[in-house]
Design a protein. Structure first.
Lengths: 76, 359
């Protein structure tokens, strides 16, 4: 599983990253978590507001840090 | 735009029965919460006086006494107002997303677009670190440059937290003046930038960008979800800004207690014409949360500073910030950033002079 967190690195992007990392760790999932900070790359994926979470090429969340319960439903 | 099929953020499908249960639970917490809020809010003044003068035994006329009473009264008052408003705004914002705003603005012509962009700037969730993707999205959707700027100016400038704190601390007139002048500056400045036809001063890579179709999250939110959003907003925003508020009130309290009456009249008063440009210049590199600046504004006004000067200072601090310029530099050439600062700065300057003349 490949998870990409898109965002320039402000507080809410960091929060999104922490939430996802924690969920992956707690569930013992084998996943690669990457950060995308290049806006041009985000635009290619159709992401125009940050933070955004992309799991295996599918955009799950745009424009806000997800809650833990949401991340859990994406990972299960 | 392609809508997403799988359940997006916040849309964890729950049976409607559970939803109703959540709504009832939220309301059961909300209504007594509001009553308690009002009870505490209305008792703050006598309690702060009791604590300062009777319990701590400070003299009513001493500098320290005034400072402490101001602090004990204002901190809980501002925090209570802040909590209520952030909660309500969190609910309102669940009706607006950046995607929806972009769609509204895409088909708009310039003048009407400027007005609408400025108004949407108030209610659309926005933080300055998402200014770049937002800008790219607007460009990709074909929103005119001037309309985009109206949005980018109004979003930080007309700040709901500042608006409510001004109302709470200084009355509805000052709040209305702030709201109106902020909106007018955003509309006019955006319109002027649009008239100047500066599209060539956008960074080249933006023009050449091969953007994918915008991902749109079709969220089906229930009222229980929206109240939940309000609660999350309180947790996130109040949790983040409270140190600014306390620090701001601390500075405000010190000014209130120790700075002599009318001291500010000489340097920030009406007669000092240069105080308005000075306030704007000092405000640009400063960056503070709106919640922290309002208590200082209140204290300055109380010591004889002129309304226009103080308003200009506040707008310059929250609307023109160095960090945002650094972020926007990624998509705008320096010349366009300079025009942006000059146009908005002039607008703030004009507002400052206007209100010093009127009041």
């Amino acid at each position: 599983m490949k998870i990409v967190i898109c965002g320039p690195g402000c507080a809410s992007c960091e929060k999104a990253k922490k939430t996802v990392e924690q969920a992956v760790q707690d569930r013992g999932i084998d996943a690669i978590i990457e950060k995308e900070t290049d806006f041009a790359e985000m635009a290619k994926m159709g992401i125009f507001s940050t933070p955004a979470v992309v799991i295996d090429g599918e955009v799950k969340c745009v424009g806000r840090a997800p809650e833990r319960s949401e991340v859990d439903t994406w990972l299960s | 735009m392609k809508p997403i099929e799988s359940p997006p953020c916040g849309c964890i499908r729950t049976p409607s029965g559970r939803n109703r249960q959540r709504l009832v639970r939220n309301l059961v917490l909300f209504i007594p919460g509001l009553a308690l809020w009002w009870l505490v809010y209305s008792r703050l003044d006598p309690v702060s006086r009791f604590l300062t003068y009777d319990l701590f035994g400070l003299s009513r006329d001493s500098h320290l006494g005034e400072t402490v009473q101001f602090f004990i009264f204002e901190v809980p008052k501002v925090m209570l107002l802040l909590t209520l408003i952030v909660f309500l705004v969190g609910i309102i914002r669940s009706f607006f997303t950046q995607e929806r705003t972009r769609r509204y603005l895409a088909g708009k012509r310039e003048s009407a677009g400027n007005v609408m962009a400025a108004l949407l700037g108030i209610v659309t969730p926005f933080c300055s670190c998402s200014a770049v993707p937002l800008f790219l999205g607007f460009v990709q959707a074909g929103v005119p440059l001037g309309v985009t700027f109206s949005f980018l100016i109004a979003a930080p400038m007309v700040n709901e937290i500042a608006l409510v704190l001004l109302y709470g601390l200084l009355g509805w007139q000052v709040a209305a003046i702030y709201l109106t002048s902020g909106l007018v500056i955003a509309m006019v400045a955006g319109w002027i930038i649009g008239r100047l036809h500066l599209e060539g001063w956008i960074e080249d890579w933006v023009q050449e960008m091969r953007a994918g179709e915008a991902v749109v999250m079709e969220e089906k939110l229930t009222w229980a979800d929206r109240i939940e959003r309000g609660r999350i907003a309180v947790r996130d925003i109040v949790g983040k800004v409270w140190p600014y508020v306390v620090a701001g009130i601390g500075v405000g309290a010190a000014i209130h207690g120790y700075v002599p009456e009318d001291f500010m009249a000489s340097i920030m008063g009406k007669d000092a014409w240069w105080s308005v440009p000075a306030a704007v210049l000092v405000g640009i590199p400063m960056y503070s949360n709106a919640a922290g600046i309002v208590p200082i504004v209140e204290a300055l006004l109380g010591k004889g500073a002129a309304l226009g000067t103080v308003l200009a200072f506040m707008m310059s601090v929250i609307a023109l910030s160095l960090p945002e310029m650094v972020i926007l530099r990624k998509v705008l050439k320096p010349k366009l950033i300079a025009v942006f600062i000059a146009v908005v700065g002039s607008g703030i300057l004009f507002t400052g002079f206007l209100f010093n003349m009127l009041f």
